[in-house]
Design a protein around this ligand. Structure first.
Ligand code: SF4
Length: 443
């Protein structure tokens, strides 16, 4: 039987403005062409028309609005981008039927709007990569990057100088990517960004259309949308800004995993001040207590730096006492290292290596002690677990809702002949050690 290959959607482009805008148009078309879109020079032949506008002076704005009007009249399916995109209210007021409006250099946003307006039909005969993209993680879990860069300037970190300030992705683009991953077999979405709780700040929490509703570029809205896709949703690198409290009801409702990875890095106020840590406030222990009232099983993971310049024994003891109170489920720690280019390298009060090592050991001992007690308390309980591997001899290993891949503990199962990688099962916990659980699947 002869297979008919799907035909590609056609894109029309009206490019106005300066040479920079022209280069933007070229980049957008190059990207769309590389994805398989065709180009059209006729309004009536295009599936969607892009108008790249100029907003330099009033006459240029009028010319852009006229071009939008012409494209609407001739074709009707129009996406606006470029400098006039900053005045989206003005454009919408005049042309309420516009499909999407983006600003200058928002390539991903324009391309994403085209995907929505004129999707390319997937074809196993034509596509070199699967629809969800190529993955280095196993099929059943995927990292989902929601932003790049960071607006903070922690004194030990050089990420902002390497990657720049926070740039968030559009909420609809993230949700679309997540939906594709879930359709391709992902059972667990691991949400990452340098500072996930700041997601959307740079976009002023703009709203994007997703299916039949609007979704704000904001971590709570995004987490809700991701939770509705039916996979586990695990949040990483969440700094405890006040709005993080809004995520807890989503956990109580089972939309996202009751798991928060919060890189506290220290607890002593003077060390945190020197570190210039964001969202560092004294009331965090009260907030943790409130989160636990709402979601008693919430798992909290964090990482800490010991031996930061100027850290005294008193500061370190403060951290240990804080850990006794916070009772974090999972803890990672690092001995402070001077990273080339970090401001902290010039700070006085370098901590000798042997003192760093001794503090590191004490911290890890404390963390292991807390972890062991918490895991012991899980013996006899039934815990949702995702299967990561099977050993071919009746055993399997996976992770509970409280364990992220690579960094947290594992759940080891006996009598697991029927389990497959990616299954999510309920495990009755029979035993525990400092980091791992042992049990059997009961459903
Ligand atoms: S440690 Fe995190 S929050 Fe601080 S500057 Fe680096 S990326 Fe930003």
């Amino acid at each position: 039987m002869i297979k008919k290959l799907p035909s590609s959607p056609k894109i029309g482009m009206v490019s106005l403005g300066c040479p920079k805008a022209l280069v933007d148009s070229e980049r957008i078309l190059t990207k769309l062409r590389s994805e398989g879109y065709d180009l059209s020079s006729q309004y009536d032949d295009a599936d969607v028309v892009l108008v790249n506008t100029c907003g330099f002076i009033d006459s240029a704005k009028e010319e852009s609005l006229d071009a939008i009007g012409e494209a609407i009249a001739e074709n009707g399916r129009v996406i606006v981008t470029g400098c006039l995109g900053h005045e989206s209210d003005r454009i919408r007021e005049r042309f309420p039927d516009i499909l999407a409006i983006t600003g200058p250099q928002q390539y991903e946003e324009v391309v994403s709007a085209v995907h929505d307006a004129a999707p390319i039909e997937a074809s196993p005969y034509l596509d070199l990569v699967p629809e969800q993209g190529l993955k280095l993680t196993p099929r059943h879990y995927s990292y989902l990057k929601i932003s790049e860069g960071c607006n903070h300037r922690c004194s030990f970190c050089i990420i902002p100088s390497l990657r720049g300030d926070l740039v968030s992705r559009r909420a609809d683009a993230i949700l679309r990517e997540a939906e594709k991953l879930v359709a391709a077999g992902t059972k667990e979405l691991l949400v990452i960004g340098q500072d996930s709780s700041a997601y959307g700040v740079d976009l002023r929490h703009q709203e994007y259309r997703w299916k039949d509703r609007m979704v704000r570029a904001d971590l709570t809205d995004l987490a809700r949308g991701l939770g509705e896709l039916g996979a586990w949703v695990r949040l990483h690198y969440v700094y405890p800004y006040p709005h993080v409290d809004q995520l807890i009801p989503l956990m109580a409702d089972g939309l996202i995993l009751p798991y928060l990875d919060i890189p506290f890095q220290h607890a002593s106020p003077s060390v945190l001040k020197q570190m210039k840590r964001p969202a560092n406030e004294v009331k965090i222990l009260d907030r943790i207590a409130k989160w636990r009232e709402m979601v008693p099983d919430i798992a909290l993971r964090s990482s800490f730096v010991v031996g930061f310049p100027g850290e005294t024994e008193q500061d370190f003891q403060y951290l240990l006492d804080w850990m006794d109170e916070a009772q974090l489920d999972r803890v990672g720690a690092f001995r402070f290292e001077a990273v080339a280019g970090a401001a902290a390298n010039a700070f006085e009060g370098a901590v000798p290596e042997e003192v760093k090592e001794e503090r590191y050991q004490r911290l890890m001992e404390k963390a292991a002690h807390i972890s062991a007690a918490k895991l012991q308390a899980k013996i006899g309980r039934d815990i949702p677990t995702i299967i990561d591997r099977t050993d071919g001899e009746g055993g399997a290993s996976g992770r509970s809702y409280a364990d992220a891949p690579e960094i947290d503990g594992e759940v080891h199962l006996r009598d697991a002949e029927n389990l497959q990688i990616g299954d999510i099962v309920t495990v009755r916990v029979e035993d525990a050690d400092e980091h791992d659980l042992f049990g059997v699947a009961i459903s």
